[in-house]
Design a protein around this ligand. Sequence first.
Ligand SMILES: Cc1cc2nc3c(=O)[nH]c(=O)nc-3n(C[C@H](O)[C@H](O)[C@H](O)COP(=O)(O)O)c2cc1C
Length: 298
Amino acid sequence: MKSMKLAEKRHSTREFKTYPLTNEDRRILDEIWIDRPSLSKESSVDFIYIENGLTLAPKLDGLAGYFGNMIVAPQYYAVVSDANDLSYKIAGYTGEWFILNAIRHDFGFCWLEIKEPASAKIALNIKTPKTLVALIAIGYPKKEFQQSTIYAASRPGNLSTLTELGYPNLDIFSTQAPISMRKSIVEIAHINTFDSSPSLSDLEHYGIHEALFYMRLAPSYENRQPWHFLIRGSEVDLIMTENHHASQSIKSLDAGIAMFYFEVGMRESGFNGTWDFTNLDGEYQLPDKFKTVGRYHY
Ligand SMILES: Cc1cc2nc3c(=O)[nH]c(=O)nc-3n(C[C@H](O)[C@H](O)[C@H](O)COP(=O)(O)O)c2cc1C
């Protein structure tokens, strides 16, 4: 299955079976991790496997999860990185790369915010000098979800209600999983200038409508989907809405995750390219509360 089809299958799991992963599944996950992309020599990101999750989860109450509410899982990955913006973006990109690959094997995952990194590191007995930027809960999902489609979860009037608005020929994989609401692609795309509002046929003309369609399925903190894509010739800039309520590491994790999904969509639409993560300022003005966080060259 193509990676973007897997994105349709992906959703956050918040209830896990209590038994641990089998040794075989651990081996599969270790092998996936070994093949992770190498994105920068200046930054390093690690995953630390935490196996006694059921015992540790209560100790993390107040320190991790929305409003300090932990998601209880038999295992977690602690995502640790250097304490800078580039490293946080790479942590988001790499973490979601890992999840999308592991989803082929039917594990359940949920990113978890860290509210108190220093205390959470102590609670988890993590010794590395790196910063704890997130946890990823992992295990076997508890519930088998019933039918729900990508369309059903869309807002009224969204372009993803395909029949309503005559969306182009996308080969949609209908998933059994619940899918959180997503914005439509015309809400997040701009051509040449940030104040432009392209139509769907404008985006089709550039051939990137499918990449955007799937990119929307990326997870984001509180499902805010703070992404905008400014198409400028052979470059596409990722511009994020600044969420003052979230920490810098969360904003950059969201950015890295979005960059990964967009790249997969572009590659599967036939546009190979690479992201610049840094040195992005100065080419145009943006309104307050928006920031350019990545530049894709293709
Ligand atoms: C950086 C990040 C942090 C997140 N933190 C939490 C969290 O602490 N608790 C939680 O229940 N979900 C968390 N999530 C999951 C999002 O709420 C979820 O991805 C989003 O609502 C979209 O839903 P979906 O993943 O099912 O498509 C987080 C996601 C991201 C990307």
